[in-house]
Design a protein around this ligand. Structure first.
Ligand SMILES: [Zn+2]
Length: 86
């Protein structure tokens, strides 16, 4: 697995595992979008390492939002059952 560092260009959108050179934070997972730059950490003069953990497709995000909207819609209908008979 290729290791990237702060300042590098993000090669692929996805969740990256972030390893700080100073252990001031447990290895967090952050999402970065392809083409953006990996950020530096002000607390780590030795830099930060990034490893792609799971690539993801940004298109999947609106699908989840739509699904939640449908659930909210069906919940509203259940609370007003009389509307079904009109
Ligand atoms: Zn840091």
């Amino acid at each position: 697995m290729k290791v990237l560092k702060s300042g590098d260009k993000v090669p692929a959108s996805g969740i990256y595992r972030v390893t700080h050179s100073t252990p001031h934070i447990a290895e967090p997972r952050e999402m970065y979008v392809e083409g953006s730059r990996l950020p530096k950490c002000e607390l780590c003069p030795g830099g930060v390492l990034y490893r792609l953990e799971s690539p993801c497709v940004p298109i999947a995000i609106p699908a989840v939002v739509e699904l939640k909207a449908r659930f909210a819609d069906s919940a509203r209908r259940r609370s007003f059952p009389d509307e079904q008979n009109v």
